[in-house]
Design a protein around this ligand. Sequence first.
Ligand code: NDP
Length: 273
Amino acid sequence: MSAEPLISKCPSVCIVTGASRGLGRAFTLALAKILHKDSIFVLMARSVNLLQEVKNELIKDVSKSPSHVIIVEFDQKKVVGKEFVENLFTQILQPQLSSAMGTADYDTCLILHNAGTLGDPKKKAVELTDVEEIKNYFNINLNGLIVFNAMCLRELFANTKNRFLVNISSLAGIQAFKCLSSYCTGKAARDMFFKVLAIEEPSIRVLNYAPGPVDTDMQTYLRENISDAESKEKMKELVEQGNLLKAEDSAQKLVEILCRNTFTSGDHVDYFD
Ligand code: NDP
């Protein structure tokens, strides 16, 4: 029996949301090292220029680069609009993917739901009175993700043999943190959404991956802006003691988990597990 991991055995279509920077960029580069060389990457985020930079890195080494890298400008909160979704799938994703795939077989797909925002870390739960702000938060981080995920499975990967879904979760999905009520709620809801999906669809491998505290724009913004003094102090200590992870290290850990492929579908797995 071959020891090659299932995920790298045959060409994949790999979709990464929030691939423009931080963890999304690191996940993309790490996955490119292990996926089959004829794989197709679809990189999605709002900043097309940054996506182009990630694409340039992916194709720098021709011998190791994926066969196609597609860049798609994407704002997850807009996925809640019917017209936007239809356009995204019928005018952009389906035609670009079928042109990249040609007549070849793609037996594996991986959707990495990484795009995410923090909410306002200056506000406690009792200060959340603006319903538009709350709707906007959950449209990006939950509602948009749910619709995008379902549309991908229905419109792009209904007949794909090996399907992997990764939700980028957080410790905040299973533990409460002050001034992060929207963030914690969104992450907890995403975890549960994917747990349900995992039991409904036993043929899909579903992973909720918590990447640990990682040195990215989001982490910096949180440290500088959180209004809870004790949390701020703890976050400063993380930096001072050199305990913030590098995005590359957390990405490598995710790749190892996917390659081992021994997780229980729907489980929440942390970098430190
Ligand atoms: P960054 O803020 O550095 O990056 C966020 C990514 O999401 C960017 O690529 C951004 O791209 C994209 N994004 C933001 N808003 C939208 C939107 N409306 N539509 C589409 N894409 C969007 O964050 P991290 O890299 O730190 O975080 C990535 C994921 O990891 C998040 O889900 C986060 O919650 C999670 N996480 C991070 C931790 C950390 O310590 N850093 C810890 C635990 C979890 P663009 O702006 O171009 O749209």
